[in-house]
Design a protein around this ligand. Structure first.
Ligand SMILES: *Cc1c(COP(=O)(O)O)cnc(C)c1O
Length: 525
């Protein structure tokens, strides 16, 4: 590939360009290891930054396959090698990154990547991540990282404002939404657990369960958190959703009442603001009234959908979000931050202390020792923590909320445009309404269209094969959802590089591959 030859040369030139920058005096005083490390600044960093530029340009320009044409065994053969005992030159390492890693990455920033819930990393976010690594701050507490701690608290307050929680709210940046939800539910559990469980654990409750409610569209991180918290799988109540995949509040109310009657201890409802399957938003305001009436904790999983609140146009969809006791929101999804950064917000900024503040200390009031006494480890399970806030701070300030909101609106409009285009195709069936920026559909060959009963298993198989073929082809990337037991193709549009042209190409590719798969099954398209 010419792009590759060209780039290697550039890296080599960058490595040759200048001698290490350190003054003679500093170099002489440093340890040998530090001198080598200092050399790496010039030799590795310049090359790496150049590689970032090229990777991004090639991604935007669709010059990588989205998914590599390579199987696991071959890739292992290519990459596994003995533990290195001796160091190697920066130049050869950069060349190896280009040769052995770059071609075998999945390029989730390609404008025709629509899988899962993944956005490209914004450049401002990339710069923030680099600086965070360089500054080496450890965000255990204010004393350990004063400015970094203030920036994280500021970013949390900005996210709090986006979510419309009151000023007394607080929170924590996390590795992602799963960890955010885990922390939120751990705090909900401590807050609602009967006193006898403090020493004796949940076993003290005997046959009574602390029950948790989530819709059949809830994210897998919710039951996982419940299991990790020792609630027992039997404590997870799955509430049905309606024809638009939103939690049915009447069924929720009934389930809570029933559990109370049977002596259980209902404690938490987890609602979704943007389900991972279809992007549906549960009726948050109605659910908030129910949790309020029953005295339950309301957690809202807005990992994906939260940033919609930036848009004046779509904010009403999230009405009720601000009434939650806790919220999960992932800047590494629809705020375009590089992996990884999630966030948990608590309506009461002190809520997490009862669970996490060091023994005996949590009774003391927040900030009695002034801002300098603040410690993140009083609010969550981790001690050493990366400065995740810097990339979010940088990208929010670089773009500003207006530009971010405008792009989020464009992506919602693109999703509706895609749904409309698909609806006009005879061979496509939409299988869920597009509520936010997710489109779920399946390929139905004309020959199968009017069969009754509908040959569901055949259609599942065809669409599974179709999805795999598309992913392997490396031209477009969709993922899937199971809806009402049926297999659906799923496109999530949170990719700021995508335009209508990319949507058109994607539809063409789906139709062409669908016809090929139908033919393989002996069906006319
Ligand atoms: C992605 C996602 C999660 C999990 O977040 P991670 O950052 O992947 O851990 C939870 N809920 C929803 C709705 C999501 O889209």
């Amino acid at each position: 590939m010419t792009a590759c030859a060209e780039s290697t040369e550039f890296v080599a030139a960058a490595a040759r360009k200048r001698p290490p920058k350190g003054g003679k005096k500093e170099r002489r005083a440093a340890s040998q290891f530090a001198r080598r490390d200092f050399d790496a600044l010039d030799e590795l960093l310049d090359g790496a930054v150049d590689l970032v530029r090229r990777w991004t340009a090639d991604s935007v320009g669709d010059r990588h396959p989205i998914f590599p044409d390579m199987d696991g065994v071959d890739l292992k053969k290519r990459l596994h090698e003995p533990l290195p005992t001796r160091g190697r030159s920066a130049r050869s390492l950069l060349r190896q990154v280009e040769r052995d890693l770059v071609p075998f990455l999945r390029d989730s920033g390609n404008p025709r990547f629509f899988g899962y819930v993944q956005s490209p990393p914004s450049a401002a976010g990339i710069a923030g991540d680099l600086l965070a690594s360089a500054f080496g701050q450890n965000l255990t507490s204010w004393r350990s990282a004063p400015a970094a701690t203030e920036i994280e608290r500021l970013v949390i307050d900005w996210l709090r404002q986006i979510a419309r929680l009151p000023a007394a709210a607080g929170g924590l940046l996390t590795s992602g939404g799963s960890m955010a939800t885990f922390i939120a539910l751990s705090v909900a559990r401590t807050t609602h657990a009967p006193p006898e469980t403090v020493r004796g654990g949940l076993g003290k409750l005997g046959r009574r369960l602390m029950t948790l409610y989530v819709s059949d569209q809830g994210h897998m991180s919710v039951p996982r958190a419940a299991e990790l918290l020792g609630l027992g799988t039997g404590a997870i109540r799955i509430i049905p959703s309606d024809h638009r995949f939103r939690m049915d509040p009447t069924a929720l109310d009934r389930a809570i009442t029933e559990d109370k009657k049977n002596g259980h201890i209902p404690f938490c409802v987890t609602a979704s603001a943007g389900t991972v399957n279809t992007g549906a938003i549960d009726p948050l305001a109605r659910i908030a009234r129910i949790t309020h009436r029953h005295g339950l904790w309301l957690h809202v999983d807005a990992a994906y959908g939260g940033p919609l609140a930036l848009s004046p146009r779509y904010r009403p969809l999230l009405a009720g979000l601000g009434q939650a006791n806790s919220i999960t929101l992932d800047p590494h999804k629809w705020l375009y931050a590089p992996m990884d950064v999630g966030c948990v917000l608590f309506r009461d900024g002190n809520a997490a202390r009862a669970t996490y503040a060091t023994a005996g200390d949590y009774a003391t009031v927040f900030e009695t020792g002034g801002r300098e006494a603040f410690a993140f480890f009083d609010h969550g399970p981790e001690l050493s923590r990366r400065w995740r806030a810097l990339k979010v701070w940088l990208l929010l300030k670089y773009h500003g909320t207006q530009r971010l909101a405008r792009r989020i609106e464009e992506e919602v409009e693109l999703a509706h445009h895609m749904a409309g285009r698909l609806q006009n195709e005879d061979e496509i069936e939409l299988v869920a309404p597009t509520e936010t920026s997710i489109v779920c559909f399946r390929y139905v060959p004309v020959a199968l269209r009017f069969q009754t009963p509908s040959p569901e298993e055949k259609l599942d198989r065809l669409n599974e094969d179709l999805l795999l073929a598309l992913q392997r082809g490396g031209r477009v990337y969709l993922s899937n959802a199971r809806l009402g037991g049926r297999f659906a193709l799923r496109a999530c549009l949170i990719n700021f590089r995508t335009t209508r042209t990319h949507v058109e190409t994607t539809i063409r590719e789906v139709l062409a591959e669908g016809r090929r798969q139908a033919q393989k099954m002996g069906l006319p398209g």
